[in-house]
Design a protein around this ligand. Structure first.
Ligand code: HSE
Length: 406
């Protein structure tokens, strides 16, 4: 079966490599014979063994009836959306690793795929090489999922791990992540939580059956986390992680947010270090399930793309029942309805005032703690209540971080 690749970057070139290297193995195991016949990119790759397959003209792929499956690894929404929708309308299956495309235009593309009786699959869009989308939509389909949460950005997890384990500053750890090629071209998406946001929107749409768009979702990154916060977390027997989560708060409402959290050391998520990702699913039948592995990287991500290609190729005439409904008004509740405990670090306040506002709190300490500095963990309360209490307190706030409950 002939495959075309749109975008010969890190993931796209990985897909060509995986298919070429594992062709025989794929044939033996899955009984499908895959061949990359065309690759679209505006750049030239004269040194590449795949150079003869390259074209700069999308129509060469669209109008080629011998191509059954198109793999979109360009990234970004435009022109990816146009190319993907055109291919689906032409009766070609499309597989994509593009989280921004799926998070913002996924519902429309799934509809176009359904209308044209082809597949639009995107296992690689969340968690790189970790199987997440298919297990969630198939293996866990007998559950009501109450919550999905994860460490979904490898770069920010690598930075936090360097801060926690090696005492490195945020800036130095970011530089190291960039040198190692983990960060996106613009690291803002990694460190400010937008990459994790796109991924949790895809997972929330899948788990709760309604498209959740990234716009308006409360998102905090890790750029304000300091080594002092890391030290206080350690005294609480916890580590700081960037957690993306979506939680059912009633039958027809969920909360979705991305924020740093203090994660207790006994949690399954606390040991997820470096560039590794993990996705925790709370099913009503399974309890907590954790999917763990490499969330980024050329071959790991390409492996997930090729898995989707094989799925399309092995049931060529059969469309997967897979997708979700259009956005519903008020389905995503304000993050202020979320309930959580908070870590607070501040100066210019005192214990009496703190306890009057929050009741019983747990005080934390660190080495070289300035006399004026105070850090504590509040009881669990609604975000709105926490905001009200803080605004009534005379305090010079340095940082607040949520406490995770898993
Ligand atoms: N920059 C992303 C990460 C790559 O660090 O997780 C995978 O989406």
């Amino acid at each position: 079966m002939n495959v075309a690749i749109l975008g010969f970057g890190v993931v796209g070139s990985g897909v060509a490599e995986v298919i070429s290297q594992n062709r025989e193995h794929i044939k033996e195991n899955s009984n499908v014979s895959l061949k990359v016949t065309k690759i679209l990119d505006i750049r030239d790759f004269p040194e590449s063994e795949f150079a003869p397959l390259l074209t700069k003209n999308f129509d060469d792929i669209l109008s080629d009836d011998s191509i059954d499956i198109v793999c979109e690894t360009m990234g970004g929404v435009n022109p990816a959306f146009t190319f993907v929708s055109e291919c689906l309308k032409k009766g070609k299956h499309v597989v994509s690793s593009n989280k921004e495309l799926v998070a913002t235009r996924g519902f429309e593309l799934l509809e176009i795929a359904r209308e044209n009786n082809v597949n639009f699959l995107f296992e690689a869009s969340v968690g790189g090489g970790i199987p997440i989308i298919r297990p969630l939509s198939r293996c866990l389909a007998g559950n009501n999922v109450n919550e999905v949460a994860g460490i979904l950005n490898g770069t920010s997890n690598f930075i936090l791990t360097k801060m926690i384990v090696d005492g490195m500053s945020f800036e130095d750890a970011l530089k190291l992540a960039q040198n190692k090629g983990y960060a996106e071209k613009d690291p803002t998406a990694d460190v400010e939580g937008f990459d994790a946001l796109r991924k949790i929107c895809i997972l929330a749409s899948l788990c709760f059956g309604t498209h959740v768009y990234p716009d308006g979702i409360y998102t905090e990154g890790i750029s304000k986390i300091t080594l002092e916060d890391v030290a206080y977390a350690e005294s609480y027997d916890a580590v700081i992680k960037l957690i993306a989560r979506a939680k059912k708060i009633s039958d027809d409402r969920i909360t979705v947010m991305v924020t740093p959290c203090l994660v207790k050391n006994e949690s399954m998520l606390s040991g997820v270090s470096g560039v590794f990702n993990a996705c925790l699913v709370r099913g009503d039948m399974t309890g907590d399930v954790l999917m763990y592995g490499k969330g980024a990287g050329k071959l790991a991500t390409a492996s997930a793309v090729v898995g989707d290609i094989i799925d399309c190729a092995s049931n060529d005439k059969e469309r997967k029942f897979f997708g979700w409904a259009q956005e519903k008004k008020d389905f995503v509740a304000s993050y202020l309805e979320n309930e959580t405990a908070f870590y607070v670090r501040a100066t210019d306040t005192d214990k009496n005032a703190i306890e009057e506002a929050f009741g019983k709190v747990k005080y934390l300490s660190r080495e070289n703690q300035p006399e004026k500095e105070i850090a504590f963990v509040t009881p669990v309360m609604k975000e709105s209540e926490f905001g009200n209490k803080l605004s009534q307190l005379s305090i010079n706030l340095i940082s607040t971080i949520r406490i995770s409950d898993y």
